[in-house]
Design a protein around this ligand. Sequence first.
Ligand code: SF4
Ligand code: SF4
Length: 442
Amino acid sequence: METTQEIVQAVQAAGVTGAGGAGFPTYVKLQAEAEFVIANGAECEPLTHVDKQLLIHHAPEVIAGLRAAMQATGAARGILGVKGKYKEIIAGLKAVLGNTTDITIAELGNFYPAGDEQVLVYDVLGRVVPEGGLPINVGCVVQNIETLYNIDAALNGRPVTEKYITVIGAVRKPMTVKVPIGVTLAEVLALAGGATVPDPVILDGGAMMGNVVGDLNAPVTKRTKMLLVLPYDHQLSVKRRTPRTVFDAHAIAACDQCYMCTDYCPRHAQGHAIQPHKLILLLASGVPMTDAQMAGALLCCECRTCNYACPVHLAPGDIALNIKRDLLKEGFKNPYHRTTEADPYRDYRRVPMTRLINRLDLAKYDAAAPLTAVTQPFSRVELRMSQHIGMPALPIVKVGDVVKTGDLVGEIIKGGMGAPVHASIDGVVRQVSNEFIVIEAN
Ligand code: SF4
Ligand code: SF4
């Protein structure tokens, strides 16, 4: 068995970063001392299947990664958070766990956003993460399922060179695939048979938290998890293309301050000082974005649950997240750090997944998307030096170098926080810049 230091070093050298969202370097999280490591298998973004497929096909590796994370952080207990409705997956996990008692399974409800890490920590342990805080403030490290799989791979000498992605929506064959990091989004879309609609709009990351893909030639990164393909006139496509000035103006004109958005906000339900209805009131009053009263937006987790809640179809979530991003750009720091209590009515303000899928007009796309083997070779990859939170990696190869899959091509600056980058196909380095490296197959 490896020591804590060996685990942290292996995970750092393998370039493991959070595969479920922001891309935080995993080795940093593993250096914390924790009571619990929670595996986040909630996968609450509608129609995502990556975690489910990994738990079906790679449960032993995920559990081994969880045990390694527990060892690194000194956590005596591991908890696998999985939706209770996935009976077969839970049976499979129990079969792998056998009689061991260090890891238990927490059955989660089928609602959005069950996978928000603060929601997860409260649902599993009844602990409220403080405002502006992290799960570690209440003794927990939360790791995404694919991240745990990658931790185990790192300990077996395999760096992160591939990514699991669900391709779903208006495509011929919805599926979950494993592809080399750096292939284009267009190539991933083609694996699923391509779009079935003209002028598709593609949301990278899904219906609630995803962003519109502007360039299908953009490369897959360690953070790519889902491509949701939608018709041009689908309600989500239209909403995501709506300029900020328009949805701000709609909210200022039409918000009746009913408070529903704030009632449904999962972070407000933690007792945190985020109130989307109030942000709209401030906008309508002409208060500048940088006014201290706007600071509650810094507590927004960008889940857009409040958009679902609004009875007149405004976009309070987009308003909150844009204010938050503006404040961060201006260098504002979150002033709220209170220890809070959860709202006693929190559990009555959840968004049932089936209702959300129907409300978003996604029911016709609610398909299985099974893990499907990719047999075709890829001829070119573009590896971004910044696929994670922290400093970009520095290229250590030059044009003409021959590399093999798994070779280190970008390293972390000494003492900096970041993640190294590895070749994801065998080939020759064709381009090198501070932003990316291009490798072409031999
Ligand atoms: S997007 Fe809306 S619901 Fe989600 S945290 Fe932000 S304000 Fe709350
Ligand atoms: S739910 Fe809609 S109408 Fe009600 S306060 Fe929020 S943004 Fe305004």
